[in-house]
Structures are given as C-alpha cells and as structure tokens.
Design a protein around this ligand. Structure first.
Ligand code: MD3
Ligand code: FE
Length: 214
C-alpha cells in the first residue's frame, strides 16, 4: 500500500497512477556518486547502441549490470545472464544502486524489492525512446524503479493502449519513479532530449531502471 500521508508531506512527489509515483529529488544527494559508478561500470561494459528487432539502431545507448541484462537484436528483446559480446557475466549491482532501489520501492509500499537487473540508458541530445510497454519481465507483480540523472527530460505517460495520448512530465536529476500495480503495463516513453549542460553529467541524461525479471 502507498504510505497514506506521503504525498501530503512531500510536495515534490506526485502519484501518477495506481502503484506509480514520481519521487522528486529522492536520489539527488547521491546523484554524483551514482554517475561515478556509471562511469566505472562503462569501463567494464561499454555503452552501446543496440539494434531493434527491425534492424534500426536505437538512439539511446545502453549498458547492463546485475544478474541479468536486457538485450535487443534481430531476434528480439530478452534478458540474458551473459553479455553476448563477451560471453561473460554482467557486472554486479553496486550496493549503492541496490539500496536506493529497495528504499524507493518501500516508500511506495513495495516491501523487500530485490531487483536482479539494472539497465542504464544514456541519452544524448536528440535521443528518444518511443512509446512502449515493458513486457520482457516474467514477474509483473514486482515494480520497476527508475532513476533520472543529468539533463532533464520529458517523460511520456500514456495508457494501457498505445492510442492514449500521453501526459508529459518533466523529470530532473535525482528524481526517482516507482511503477507497480496496474501502472506496470502503461505505455511510456521519453521525448527527444534537448541540448544542455549538467555539472555532473555533461551533455547526457542517464536513466537507471531496476527490475525483477523472473
Ligand atoms: C512505466 N526507460 O528502459 S524510465 C525503459 O527514462 C524505459 O530511460 C525510460 O522506459 C528512461 O524501458 C523511462 C520510466 C519507466 C520505466 C518502466 C516503466 C516507466 C514505466 C514500466 C511501466 C510503466
Ligand atoms: Fe520502458
């Protein structure tokens, strides 16, 4: 259950739908630290632009850490225990990441959230993520926790069908969102990133998504 007076005591946070909340600035104090970890992880597993099933290069660059990683190629979208480029396991989830994901889920009423995957998306100006549903996880009762870092972006929040015109929400460095319950299957996306400069992230936006895939 949603903590009953959370949205009255925290004016930075809003409830987006059933089981879904945007926690404004929830990770701001560790934002720099999170970005430092992203840079360290990218030395082991470089960001790359994956191909969609249809063969298009995604404008968002991605890397994975955790027990499972999300990959996309000509055969489709799936989670794998090994990085197909190296044949090796993904880097472990840094404890700072895991602790943040569990704390954020708890605020929205999802106790003991233990993600087994973290997808890190990197947006450069112009990069976007078109409306989609997250359907590649077996456990759809677990929430997804997402963390915005660096440049601001416009988050698109649609409906359970693609035809619903999305509501736009601006998300900023340190904002955390939790998506669970019936909101788990909502169509969502990110509008083309505007150019800008962020002191901790330069010309990029990063987004971490924590998932329990099975
Ligand atoms: C709403 N990433 O990686 S995070 C994705 O900012 C993804 O990079 C976006 O969508 C990003 O799949 C948005 C917010 C998010 C993540 C999962 C959701 C919103 C969601 C699942 C269901 C509903
Ligand atoms: Fe998504």
């Amino acid at each position: 259950m949603m903590h009953p007076d959370f949205f009255e005591t925290d004016r930075h946070s809003i409830q987006l739908g059933a089981g879904a909340a945007l926690l404004g600035g929830f990770a701001k104090d560790i934002g720099q630290d999170l970005i430092r970890h992203i840079h360290d992880l990218s030395a082991h597993t470089p960001f790359r632009h994956m191909e969609t099933r249809g063969g298009k290069r995604m404008s968002v660059a991605m890397l994975n850490c955790g027990q499972f990683g999300w990959i996309s190629d000509r055969s489709g979208y799936r989670y794998t225990a090994l990085n197909p480029l190296t044949g090796k396991a993904w880097s472990a989830l840094p404890p700072l990441f895991l602790d943040l994901a569990t704390r954020a889920a708890d605020v929205v009423g999802f106790r003991d959230f233990l993600p087994d995957a973290c997808l890190i998306n990197r947006y450069q100006p112009g990069a976007r993520l078109s409306l989609h549903q997250d359907m590649d996880e077996q456990d759809r009762t677990a929430p997804i926790v997402s963390v915005s870092l660096g440049l601001p972006a416009i988050f698109l929040w649609g409906g359970t069908q693609r035809t619903v015109r999305p509501v736009r929400h601006q998300v900023f460095h340190g904002d955390v969102a939790v998506w669970g319950g019936t909101s788990r299957m909502i169509f969502h996306g990110i509008d083309a990133l505007k150019n800008g400069y962020h002191p901790a992230a330069g010309h990029f936006r990063f987004n971490l998504t924590f998932r329990k895939t099975r």
